[in-house]
Ligand binder design. Structure first.
Ligand code: COA
Length: 312
């Protein structure tokens, strides 16, 4: 049993934080940030704006886009590692805020920047098993909750936002989420992690080395498994952490840069929301056309990594 994409939605907080804004509050420069990361600006949520608020807006927009109500969805999966409440899940809170009456299940996955791929992997398995008809997967992150403004090497890298996709079961097995692979290596935990007092700790160079190895590996695995080559793929949406990482992955995979969707310059790293925010941006700007094949590799804290192949 296959599936197809029937709706998308996204949300970015209105406050734009530019590199120049960082220059005013810490010892950094626009030149350092753009040359090392490709990031020019990012969105910062308001203090009173939660992961749950952002997830709910993205979900509402995806439902509007699909012309559905929440009661038409029979599973909601939210990917987030920055939710303010440990329980209940963000997913059930979104269901509650949207007034769901259908008692459909809802749960969160925590795969850090790879979290959205973890959500897609669950959705693919549920469709394959014929268990659910319509699944909404939301990636929502408030990375500013974890930003340590005294650490210039991490503070400039992250932003906030949320995105949602809705998939519906379909008799074609070659549409929607075609394939996924997810992996982890807890032995590399120290590369990048949060602390109990909500700070980000990162070994930048080590994380960089792992990212440029793991994302191409996952992308290659998916292409081999699906029996396709780089020529068959219309767009790559890599996890948006750093332009240098994206360029290096493209080079290792022999993908031309005009097939690589880049939004890290405007969104920075929004963890598990990054790929879905990039996809929504591409739809909104007419870049990606329905029917095109999208490869989405990701990498993050854990370490976790993986990739998804989606026909949009
Ligand atoms: C963080 C990262 C951009 C640093 O780049 P880099 O090329 O390793 O850094 P460089 O070696 O060129 O520079 C390090 C120097 O810049 C300084 N520096 C760090 N952040 C800075 C900033 N925002 N502004 C100015 N200088 C900064 C450091 O203090 C260090 O100075 P020192 O040599 O005097 O100690 C890079 O390691 C990286 O992208 N890592 C992966 C991060 C990531 O994407 N994580 C998320 C994965 S999901």
């Amino acid at each position: 049993m296959g599936n197809r994409l029937i709706g998308y939605g996204s949300y970015l907080p209105s406050r734009i934080m530019t590199n120049q804004d960082f220059e005013r509050i810490m010892d950094t420069t626009d030149e350092w940030i753009t040359t090392r990361t490709g990031i020019r600006e990012r969105r910062f949520a308001r203090d009173d704006e939660s992961v749950f608020d952002m997830a709910t807006i993205a979900a509402t927009r995806a439902l509007e886009n699909a012309n559905l109500t929440i009661d038409d969805i029979d599973l909601v999966i939210v990917s987030s590692v920055t939710a303010e409440l440990d329980f209940p899940s963000v997913a059930v809170q979104v269901m509650g805020r949207l007034g769901a009456k259908n008692n459909a299940p809802a749960f969160d996955v925590r795969g850090a920047c790879t979290g959205y791929i973890y959500g897609l992997h669950c959705a693919r398995a549920f469709f394959a098993a014929g268990i659910h008809r319509r699944i909404m997967i939301i990636g929502a992150e408030k990375m500013t909750r974890f930003i340590d403004m005294t650490d210039r090497s991490t503070a400039v890298l992250f932003g906030d936002g949320a995105g949602a996709l809705i998939f519906e079961h379909s008799s074609s097995s070659y549409s929607g989420i075609i394939d996924t692979v997810i992996m982890s290596d807890g032995g590399e935990y120290e590369c990048l992690h949060g602390t109990p007092d909500s700070k980000i700790v990162m070994n930048g160079p080590e994380t960089y080395k792992k990212a440029v190895q793991c994302m191409p590996d996952a992308a290659r695995y998916i292409m081999e498994h699906a029996g396709i080559t780089a020529e068959n793929v219309d767009w790559i949406i890599p996890h948006q952490a750093n332009l240098r990482i994206i360029n290096s992955c493209a080079e290792r995979l022999s993908f031309p840069m005009d097939k690589i969707l880049v939004t890290v310059d405007r969104h920075a790293n929004t963890s598990s929301a990054s790929g879905v925010l990039a996809l929504a941006y591409a739809f909104d700007n007419g870049m990606i056309k329905p029917g095109q094949l999208v490869l989405y590799p990701a990498f993050g804290s854990g370490l976790t990594w993986g990739a998804a192949l989606i026909r949009v």
